[in-house]
Design a protein around this ligand. Structure first.
Ligand code: GLV
Ligand code: MN
Ligand code: MN
Length: 423
């Protein structure tokens, strides 16, 4: 059994055309018209294969090949179809498309699967609109309840519930769509690396053993808006200058961290009134802090918040800091990683073990089930950009590894550790 790489490429390119910024990357926020087009496309392909198709109460798309006994735990293959603004064609899409391809090959080969196999496309993985990354996977794994969803808002105040309902789903019923641990045999995700390790080492596949966690903050800085020409430098409370110093402190703390894995980013800033001849009165910015070890995240977050408060005091501005999202780092199942490595070896695919610095829905699924991830190389390590690229020759190798791992897991009466595995 082999995947059909031309079909994978056709699907990736077709979904890439569903963007609100044609010619300038993939922009497909959850619940947008382009997002609906991507769901419709996948639904049509899944229905042609005879799969059961369902969109759950929060908007996750689920494409299921029933098993001979549909009550036994399923093998899940998942990723996401939402994107960042001006993102790439591969982030998330590749995992969903390769999941469907795996099912197609198994169906066409009349493979005797012993359990259901389900492709799940998690909604709002990127957290672009509501500042809550991994929303869909957090909901189905019971880590976000309806009360948590009720308070989510966009920058302009639109509520998550209103947006979801306008799309045609009703999160009030999320509890019914929980995925119980006993219903999952394993979870697998193929994803682009989004870093440069595989390419620089000339490898085609990464076997992920740990996924980073993150803490996200919103910082509000309030100074005093005033005339840019008449206010002497000594008499200003410039919110933007204070924010600039704080942003540099964020970089400095991560840069001087004892952990090489600690990263911290300010990627978003709003300035008010945002006029050339007015001293800024109010600024809001985001902070994203990550590491693969929770204590390192806590340590960096504490240092960053201390520095921000000291700068606010020194500059006479008022500062409010809110934690907007948090996910703990997640260790993935050793026996699944062993199995991926073994299959890669048997297919002569050059590979290595590695951590993921990006967040993934598989980290959430890994809280309730045995989970594994397969990375394929990103050219120049670029992602979250229209320049994102992965060679289809590498995608083919990674997808064939996925196919074999899913087939092994779905064929067995129960999951056994990979023979000769390291853990
Ligand atoms: C998702 O892509 C993330 O790591 O932020
Ligand atoms: Mn992403
Ligand atoms: Mn992704």
């Amino acid at each position: 059994m082999r995947v059909n790489i031309d079909r994978i490429q056709r699907h990736v390119e077709a979904i890439g055309r569903f963007t609100s910024t044609p010619g300038n990357g993939s922009t497909r926020p959850s619940y947008s018209p382009e997002f609906r087009d991507a769901y419709d496309y996948m639904t049509q392909k899944a229905q042609a294969l005879g799969l059961q198709v369902r969109i759950d109460a929060v908007g996750n798309l689920r494409l299921r090949l029933p098993g001979p006994d549909d009550a036994v735990p399923a093998v899940f293959i998942g990723s996401h179809l939402d994107t960042v603004i001006h993102g790439g064609q591969f982030d998330g899409v590749l995992g969903v498309v390769c999941g469907l391809e795996v099912i197609q090959v198994l169906v066409e080969s009349a493979f005797p699967h012993a359990c259901p196999i389900e492709v799940i496309s998690f909604v709002e993985e990127e957290g672009i609109s509501f500042r809550c990354p991994l929303l869909g996977s957090k909901v189905v794994t019971g880590q976000l309840a309806i009360e948590d969803l009720e308070v989510l808002r966009t920058d302009s105040g639109e509520s998550f519930l209103d947006r979801a309902k306008a799309y045609g789903v009703d999160p009030a019923f999320v509890i019914q769509d929980r995925i119980e641990p006993a219903k999952v045999r394993a979870m697998l995700e193929l994803h682009i690396e989004q870093g440069a390790v595989l390419e620089s080492e000339g490898l085609s596949v990464g076997v992920v053993d740990r996924i980073a966690g993150s803490e996200n903050y919103r910082v509000g800085v309030t100074g005093r808006a005033n005339h840019a020409g008449t206010t002497p430098m000594k008499l200003r409370n410039d919110a933007l200058c204070a924010a600039a110093e704080m942003i540099c402190a964020v970089e400095d703390v991560a840069d001087s961290s004892m952990s090489e894995q600690t990263v911290a980013t300010v990627g978003r800033i709003l300035c008010s009134p945002n006029a050339a001849n007015v001293i800024a009165g109010h600024v809001e910015f985001s902070i994203d802090i990550r590491d693969v070890h929770e204590d390192k995240i806590t340590c960096a977050a504490t240092a960053i918040l201390d520095r921000i408060e000291a700068i606010a005091e020194h500059r006479g501005v008022v500062c409010e800091i809110a934690l907007t999202a948090k996910s703990s780092p997640q260790e993935l199942a050793g026996h699944i990683a062993d199995r991926i490595a073994l299959v890669a070896q048997s297919l002569d695919v050059p590979h290595r073990r590695m951590h993921s610095g990006a967040l993934h829905d598989t980290a959430m699924m890994g809280r309730i089930a045995d989970a594994g991830m397969i990375f394929v190389p990103s050219r120049l390590g670029i992602s979250h950009s229209p320049d994102e690229w992965t060679d289809y020759a590498d995608i083919e190798k990674g997808a064939n590894v996925l196919l074999r791992v899913v087939a092994d897991l779905a064929a067995a009466k129960s999951i056994m550790p990979a023979p000769g595995g390291q853990s």
